[in-house]
Design a protein around this ligand. Structure first.
Ligand SMILES: [Zn+2]
Length: 333
């Protein structure tokens, strides 16, 4: 029975050992072959034949590459941005330069315009001598009333000292009394005008014809002394309030040019030189832009005493002292 059992076993123990050994060898061989294959195929992996590992590496490399590209791209973006910024800056610079250039051109043009304006102003100044309508800010018209008298020659000397010209509105009796003073005025280039005869407001302003009569008499006397026919007049105490409209019409019809003033020295009421500062103050704040600056003075002793001071101040301020002309537009109150 035991033998049968034993005989039923189709392999002997050594055979089993041999088979197992063979299997072991086969397995070992197979394993070696697999390893050998793996090593042999490894170089192909770069071509994607070992997907898992290669893919990962490729992905990584691609990622790196992309990152690199991204980085490069980022750098490019930065560079582009910088370039764009530079271009914008250049554009801005260009615009700025263009603006600067335009401004410079504008300034040049403005300078040209200013130059032209200066030239025009110069031309206007040149024309002013002939054009009574143009006012020079730096010209003062000094006028003396009530002469001539014993002060006249000294007044003329002071005016000459400063190269100043003035206008004298004279009373007819005084012209007859000091004819040499009148001729000296004319010889020195000053303007001569008429102030009437009586210097009495009750007499001269009695009527329009009394005003015209006194002025005509003074005009005749002046012409006899100097040969000059003057239409320049100043009525005693100024035109306000004595000169009625009909009076103005009467003197206009006779061709007289009636002058008041717009700078009152008030030298008639001061006993010393306060009038000088009065004049300078009124010149500083002169409100009549379209009028010549006409200063009222009188041929009195205190006026003469401080006339040098006045003329010096005016010269220092750059003023020119000129005589009125019959072509100028008159100043009236
Ligand atoms: Zn007077």
């Amino acid at each position: 029975m035991e033998r049968q059992k034993k005989t039923r076993s189709w392999m002997k123990p050594y055979e089993i050992v041999g088979v197992l050994g063979l299997l072991f060898l086969l397995t070992l061989f197979s394993t070696m072959m697999v390893i050998e294959q793996g090593e042999a195929k490894a170089p192909k992996n770069t071509h994607g034949e070992k997907p898992s590992t290669m893919n990962t590496e490729t992905v990584k490399e691609n990622v790196k590459h992309e990152e690199s590209e991204s980085s490069i791209s980022g750098e490019n973006e930065k560079q582009k941005e910088e370039i764009t910024k530079k271009e914008e800056k250049n554009s801005v610079d260009t615009k700025h330069n263009q603006s600067v250039q335009k401004l410079t051109e504008q300034e040049d043009n403005e300078e040209t315009v200013e130059t032209n304006e200066e030239e025009i102003v110069q031309v206007e100044k040149d024309e002013e001598l002939d054009d009574p309508g143009i006012i020079d800010d730096k010209t003062v018209y000094i006028t003396f009333d009530d002469g001539p008298n014993e002060n006249t020659k000294s007044i003329l000397n002071l005016l000459n000292k400063y190269g100043a010209k003035a206008t004298f509105f004279m009373l007819e009796p005084n012209m007859r009394k000091f004819p040499e003073a009148v001729t000296a005025m004319v010889e020195n280039g000053h303007a001569v005008g008429l102030h009437g005869v009586s210097h009495n407001q009750d007499i001269i302003y009695e009527s329009s014809q009394s005003v015209v009569g006194e002025m005509t008499k003074a005009q005749t006397t002046l012409e006899k002394i100097t040969g000059i026919h003057s239409d320049l007049i100043r009525v005693p105490y100024g035109s306000v309030p004595h000169m009625k409209p009909s009076y103005f019409d009467a003197v206009d019809q006779k061709g007289f040019k009636l002058w008041d003033w717009n700078i009152d020295s008030e030298d008639w009421k001061f006993h010393s030189g306060e009038f000088v500062q009065k004049v300078m103050d009124q010149l500083k704040d002169f409100p009549y832009q379209n009028e010549p600056k006409v200063v009222l003075l009188h041929e009195k002793s205190t006026s003469l005493q401080y006339l040098d001071s006045l003329l010096q101040k005016l010269s220092d301020m750059g003023y020119q002292m000129q005589a009125l002309t019959e072509q100028m537009n008159t100043v009236t109150f």
